[in-house]
Write a protein that binds this ligand. Structure first.
Ligand SMILES: [Zn+2]
Length: 61
């Protein structure tokens, strides 16, 4: 028997703490790391850096 995909599929690791990932929480090792990643993603979304609106108005006038 041969499983061509097996050799390509390396042990996935948690991007947060680098421990071996668990299928139930893939690609993370635990719900804790999954939540941490989600929170970081949400914070990045909510923070919207940009130039001050007053600057654009000043240039227009
Ligand atoms: Zn982890």
């Amino acid at each position: 028997m041969s499983h061509p995909h097996d050799s390509r599929r390396a042990q996935a690791r948690c991007p947060i703490c680098r421990r071996p990932a668990v299928a139930a929480h893939a690609p993370f090792c635990s719900a804790t790391c999954r939540d941490r990643d989600l929170l970081a993603w949400l914070e990045g979304r909510y923070v919207l850096p940009g130039p001050p609106a007053a600057d654009a108005a000043d240039r227009d006038a």
